[in-house]
Design a protein around this ligand. Structure first.
Ligand code: NI
Length: 179
């Protein structure tokens, strides 16, 4: 287990489509998944996708506990999701500010589907199948986008809604967060 370097926007690996995982074995669990989890915790992220540590495989991890830094966000159980598939359940779209460990220091206003169903396999090969909405739906859409080589700035409708965290906070556009 190890904290790995998170690759950043501009690295061509982040715009590649990742490959399906063909077998969920000891190596996948002990190397890739363990390293992703360690890295997500060390970087204090709400999610991470395998390509962000340079592995072009369809694996994402996400989760957020009740956190005073995100008072308006409902908790999401820490979930390892392999070969995820998203089904959109309604055309309803919501916009909210997102960040990404691969785009450090920035936030952007991103429209996402409000209600989705997602399914895939966990680290033991068991099926995960959930109907979710709001922040939970957003984080899954963000992470699965990574597997298709899409970073959130590509989803921003108007690039005026993209900027440095420090400037957006100074302007009152996004709340200040206690570090
Ligand atoms: Ni991201």
């Amino acid at each position: 287990m190890a904290v790995r370097t998170v690759i950043k926007i501009g690295n061509p690996l982040l715009v590649e489509k990742s490959a399906l995982v063909e077998s969920i074995d000891h190596n996948l669990r002990q190397e890739l998944i363990a390293d992703m989890l360690d890295t997500m915790v060390a970087e204090d992220g709400a999610g991470i996708a395998a390509p962000q540590i340079g592995e072009s495989l369809r694996v994402v991890i996400f989760g957020i506990e009740k956190n005073p830094r995100y008072p308006d966000v409902e908790p999401v159980p820490t979930t390892v999701l392999i070969n995820p598939v998203i089904e959109v359940l309604s055309t309803e779209i919501e916009s909210a500010w997102e960040g990404c460990l691969s785009v450090p220091g920035f936030r952007g206003l991103v429209p996402r589907y409000k209600n989705i169903r997602y399914h895939g396999l966990d680290e033991n090969g068991h099926i995960i199948d959930r109907v979710v909405s709001d922040f939970h739906a957003r984080v899954v859409q963000h992470e699965v986008d990574h597997l298709d080589g899409i970073l959130y700035p590509q989803r921003i409708k108007d690039l005026k809604d993209f900027g440095l965290i420090s400037e957006l906070q100074a302007a009152g556009t996004i709340p200040k967060i206690e570090e």
